[in-house]
Design a protein around this ligand. Structure first.
Ligand code: ADP
Length: 688
């Protein structure tokens, strides 16, 4: 028990011994005789000096001294004894021969004496007084002893408290623990304390610390997976001997005997067979641990174990946290990616997509759906369909689909197209129910597809077939009638009549051929079977060539064909065969629909606008003109203005022109005044 820092020092005193000091032999012998019977061991001294010497050697609890002595009187002796650390606690009783001398008695008591006895004295009184002093001294000693124990307990508790505090430092509790070890060493009065810790699964580290904080560390490998207390008991002595056998070790402690080493394994209560380390002390030679020391060591070991276990749990929790954070991060990233993907898909969809929840509230919609239905998702998200919206047939359809319990539904609805007044928008809607994880319906997905163009194509197909049939029928009927007539009356008919009939048949056959050729060309253009062989060509030169071949046709109808080939080349990037067809069809129409004596003018004009490379070709006539109602429609297949029915034609010429112009990324337009004439302009992109 070395560290008693704040405790009062131990009183070393023999409670059985009484020292009697008197220069008079009879006096001291008398006292000895009286006290010997009481069980006290009486020591005698004949002078002050002898008394001091014996008091230091024998440590009596009581010194009874005569006041009047030669050389050193009782008072001086008292002062000397009180001044000496070894004797200061002994009680002092003066013997005086002058009981009435209050002044002297007071002086003695002031010097620290506990009592005085006046001669002659009563033996029983003397014994009673000595016994009273003995009792008081015993009580004082016991009190002091208790104070020392309490002080030591306080110091220990303070240490354990500090250790527990140090152990709670994460993650640096190892250093904190190691720095607490010198204090433990001092409390136990040991030479050194060694802390063995299993920090890695297969590595046992040891830190040996002396009272003054010097330390040596080492690590050794553990072969098996776990560490048992038995393994530790085996491992500790050779490890410590190994470390301290090194004469260079900084602790200045030699190798200990096995008897000097005392260790406590650090075991977790729930797993007694598993140790996480050990706390060992190296005692001084011949020293041993008191039960209190043992308890302190066990408590310290317990705290270190908890710290280790907390550290392990802390590390595990941290690892788990890291894992969890990583998982959350991965999941969030994936979700964001998925969300982005879905948003991109929805945004790039040509169809409208609308999602309603189980309560019929709008959950999601893409831009196309917003446009088709005429609403903003920002304003309507989470809202039910409004009553005023139900006035629109498309919203009504959406609503019906949302409230319906059918798994899938498909319907088509026609709406007035607000973007193009007077036209109709056809929307096909398909709905499908969504199901939640609980097996309950969670909403409806509705796909809205604009099928206006599809419908138009269908209508065009029907019109085309009707047109083809109709246009084929007329010449065939004419041929049939004439052929029948020829067969029935041929022999009787004059030659000139027969020739007329044959000429008519021939004209109709030419028309049929023209019709078939036009249909084939259109079909080829439609299906993309015509390969555009685009090369730089001079539009002026092309027109020049085409017009040369048509001049006789115009002259036969007494029409003036005005054409001036431009002086410079106007190069376009085009398939020359197809562009020839465009020019021929336009000029052919101009000849057909301009009465005799009229004028047809053809011009090639480089465009003056921003894009100077574009080149226009213009065919102007002074013909019958076209009523505004027909102007948009004459480019449709088989569309012919009624007035032109006396003039042969297929109704496909302008449709072919339009297809070719569009295939070249060009534009065409018409200006016409009925009865005055028409101007058709075709603009074609120039070569780079
Ligand atoms: P068609 O074989 O009937 O000429 P087109 O497609 O070339 O077929 O022309 C369609 C219709 O447009 C013609 O039937 C005619 O009514 C009208 N049309 C075309 N060109 C002219 C024009 N230059 N002047 C007046 N009407 C024209």
């Amino acid at each position: 028990m070395a560290e008693t820092v704040n405790a009062e020092s131990v009183i070393e005193m023999d409670l059985s011994k009484v020292l009697v000091v008197d220069d008079n032999v009879d006096g001291r012998t008398l006292l000895k005789r009286i006290l010997d019977h009481t069980g006290f061991h009486v020591i005698l001294a004949g002078s002050g000096e002898e008394a001091i010497e014996k008091a230091r050697a024998e440590l009596p609890f009581l010194i009874i001294t005569d006041i009047m002595m030669p050389e050193m009187d009782g008072f001086e002796l008292c002062q000397r004894l009180k001044a000496d650390e070894r004797t200061k606690d002994a009680a002092l009783i003066f013997i005086t021969a002058y009981p009435g001398d209050g002044e002297r008695i007071g002086q003695g008591l002031d010097l620290g004496a506990v009592d005085y006895i006046a001669r002659p004295f009563d033996n029983r009184e003397l014994v009673a007084r000595v016994q009273a002093v003995a009792r008081a001294k015993r009580a004082e000693l016991e009190a002091r002893q208790r104070a020392i124990i309490v002080a030591r307990r306080n110091t220990e508790l303070e240490f354990l408290n500090d250790l527990a505090l140090a152990a709670s430092y994460f993650p640096g509790f190892h250093e904190a623990l190691n720095s607490s070890m010198p204090r433990l060493c001092r409390l136990l009065g040991a030479q050194a304390v060694a802390l063995f810790l299993l920090e890695q699964p297969h590595e046992l580290t040891v830190n040996v610390v002396s009272q003054d904080g010097r330390s040596v560390s080492a690590a050794s490998a553990i072969r098996s997976d776990g560490l048992t207390p038995a393994m530790l008991y085996e491992q500790i002595p050779p490890t410590l001997t190994g470390i301290l056998s090194d004469p260079q070790n900084s602790l200045g402690i030699g190798p200990p005997d096995a008897s000097q080493i005392h260790s406590v394994p650090l075991t977790i209560r729930a797993a007694q067979e598993r140790a996480v380390g050990a706390l060992a002390v190296i005692l001084k030679q011949g020293a041993s641990l008191t039960p209190a020391d043992q308890m302190l060591l066990n408590s310290a070991a317990g705290i270190v174990t908890v710290a280790m276990e907390n550290g392990r749990l802390f590390a595990e929790v941290q690892e788990f946290n890291r894992h969890l954070e990583q998982m959350v991060e991965d999941r969030t990233r994936r979700l964001i990616e998925e969300e982005k993907k879905t948003a991109t898909i929805l945004a790039s969809m040509a169809d409208g997509l609308l999602v309603l929840d189980a309560e019929g509230r709008i959950a999601a919609a893409n831009k196309v759906a917003e446009e088709m239905l005429g609403f903003h998702l920002d304003e309507m998200q989470g809202q039910p369909i409004l009553a005023e919206q139900l006035r629109s047939p498309l919203w009504r359809l959406v609503n019906d689909m949302a409230v319906s319990s059918e798994l899938t539904l498909s319907h088509t609805v026609d709406l007035p197209d607000t973007a193009k007044p007077g036209t109709v928008l056809s929307i096909a809607a398909h709905s499908a129910k969504m199901w939640g994880e609980d097996g309950q319906p969670s909403g409806t997905v509705i796909l809205l597809r604009d099928i206006t163009a599809l419908r138009e194509v269908e209508r065009m197909k029907v019109r085309f077939m009707a047109g083809v049939t109709h246009e084929l029928k007329t010449p065939l009927a004419v041929i049939r009638v004439h052929a029948d007539n020829l067969l029935a009356y041929g022999k009787r008919l004059p030659e000139r009549k027969k020739e007329e009939i044959l000429e008519t048949i021939q004209k109709q056959v030419v028309l049929l051929e023209q019709l078939v050729e036009d249909i084939l060309d259109l079909t080829r253009l439609d299906t993309g079977a015509v390969h555009l062989d685009r090369r730089p060509v001079d539009l002026g030169m092309l027109a020049d060539e085409v017009l040369a071949g048509m001049r006789t046709l115009a002259e036969a109808k007494r029409l003036v064909l005005r054409w001036e080939k431009p002086a410079t080349a106007n190069v376009i990037l085009a398939d020359d065969k197809l562009i020839r067809r465009v020019i021929r069809n336009l000029v052919d129409n101009a000849i057909k629909y301009t009465p005799e004596g009229g004028l047809i003018e053809v011009k090639v004009i480089p465009e003056a606008g921003e894009d100077k490379r574009n080149v226009c070709i213009q065919v102007r006539d002074t013909g019958i003109g076209i009523e505004p109602v027909h102007q948009n429609r004459i480019f449709e297949r088989f569309y012919r203005v009624d007035s032109s029915h006396t003039i042969p034609g297929t109704g496909l010429g302008l449709a072919i022109v339009r297809e070719i112009v569009e295939a070249h990324n060009g534009k065409m337009w018409l200006e016409s005044t009925p009865g005055k004439g028409s101007t058709f302009t075709v603009m074609l992109p120039g070569a780079e």
